[in-house]
Design a protein around this ligand. Structure first.
Ligand code: NAD
Ligand code: TYD
Length: 371
């Protein structure tokens, strides 16, 4: 039997991290060390079934903690890092970007520098095998008009504090490759959806608001466009890029699935009408709702709201042989069914500090909703 490769995954308790850790373990190829600070965005229930798994270890800690990271390299001697830990919500970054600078910029730099120092100590053969894969976003490229696509060649033009912090982290990763020959790979992916996504993001927010009879806050006129990819397809691209991507390369990942926000919310409502009609939901029975679409509410726009994102993924398809496997209608249904079947996870994610945060920070949205 081949020996398993030890890898450090950062942010493994988040949305994409949870799906990626599962994919890596299911492949049987990896021993996974998950370094996660367990911020508000991490749900302890997401990976609880992996407790005691022989190929999985959890370390609670921050990617800004150099001493801790050095000790992990020393102890586990990994053959690579998959760096996902980040502050990831644009609305939060608009309210305050402090944590975004700390984790996304300082944290990524700290991971890079610790990994580079460790890599320097490796014998040539292991040095050749080592990879630092950085998971990034298409938002670093700014916003598109009605036409065109982002590619690996698109100039960086981040326009909100989140994307600015991700762009800064990408630049450090690129610079480490260029300056030191450190073997990095970057993936810039479009918007993900699927199981385990924290309910502040658009798709779970709309599903869960609808099911509890709350309004569905569509920003602006709902004409903004996002290019949605099922999270498992993204994770497969990340795994493939880590295993077969060329050091120094960048891969744009997306599923060619552009959706206007308002159309997407309407689709969520119609799937929900089909599988959980309001009349059959105990807390909605007396509301007289015929369709969840009646809950749609256009609210004040996000500041600096990027108009359109869309990815041309031909490089990753051509060079790595990746392609998305899950169609949007299927993926959206699977996602909605997952949220319906996991009330314990949903309660854990939606309660406590998150509900307090919503009340305190989304006043701008509520105000407009009330008008
Ligand atoms: P998420 O917010 O769901 O999860 C982030 C995880 O990182 C959480 O488990 C959190 O506890 C952890 N974390 C935060 N700060 C940390 C720190 N200082 N040290 C260690 N752990 C820390 O995010 P996500 O949606 O899973 O995104 C994962 C990565 O993918 C991010 O880098 C994000 O920029 C990128 N990305 C996300 C999308 C998307 O649509 N969600 C698209 C493209 C790229
Ligand atoms: P989001 O899930 O926050 O991802 P991102 O900002 O990284 O693209 O938002 C997706 C789109 O949905 C974006 O155009 C903003 C919009 N949106 C709403 O209209 N209402 C909401 O309540 C949220 C959270 C987002």
């Amino acid at each position: 039997m081949n020996q398993k490769s030890t890898v450090i995954v950062t942010g493994g308790n988040g949305f994409i991290g949870t799906n990626l850790v599962r994919l890596l373990l299911e492949s049987g190829q990896y021993h996974v060390i998950n370094l996660d600070a367990l911020t508000y965005a991490a749900n302890p229930l997401s990976l609880e079934d992996l407790d005691g798994h022989p190929d999985y270890e959890f370390v609670k800690g921050s990617i800004t903690d150099r001493q801790l990271i050095d000790s992990l390299f020393e102890k586990y001697k990994p053959m690579g890092v998959l760096n996902l830990a980040a502050e990831s919500h644009v609305d939060r970054s608009i309210l305050s970007a402090d944590d975004f600078v700390q984790t996304n910029v300082v944290g990524t730099y700290t991971m890079l520098e610790a990994a580079r120092m460790y890599w320097n100590t490796l014998p040539e053969e292991l040095k050749q095998q080592f990879r630092f894969l950085h998971v990034s976003t298409d938002e670093v490229f700014g916003s598109l008009g009605e036409d065109g696509f982002f590619t690996e060649e698109t100039p960086y033009k981040p326009q909100n504090p989140y994307s600015a912090s991700k762009a800064a982290s990408d630049h450090f990763v690129r610079a480490f490759n260029h300056t030191y020959g450190f073997p990095t790979i970057i993936t810039n992916c479009s918007n993900n959806y699927g199981p385990y996504q924290f309910p502040e993001k658009m798709i779970p927010l709309m599903i869960l608001n609808a099911l509890s009879g709350k309004s569905l806050p569509v920003y602006g006129d709902g004409s903004n466009v996002r290019d949605w990819i099922y999270v498992e397809d993204h994770c497969k691209a990340v795994k493939l890029a880590f295993e077969t991507g060329k050091p120094g390369e960048v891969y744009a990942v997306g599923a060619s699935n552009e959706q206007k926000n308002i159309n997407l919310v309407t689709q969520i409502c119609s799937i929900l009408d089909d599988i959980a009609p309001p009349i059959e939901v105990p807390q909605l029975r007396d509301r007289g709702l015929k369709s969840y679409a009646e809950l749609i509410n256009f609210v004040q726009d996000r500041l600096g709201h990027d108009h359109r994102y869309a990815i041309d993924a031909s490089k990753v398809q051509r060079e790595l042989g990746w392609k998305p496997e899950v169609g949007f209608e299927t993926g959206l249904r699977k996602t909605i069914e997952w949220y319906l079947s996991n009330p314990r996870w949903v309660d854990q994610a939606s309660g406590g500090s998150y509900s307090e945060w919503i009340e305190k920070n989304y006043a701008w949205r509520a105000k407009k909703e009330a008008e």
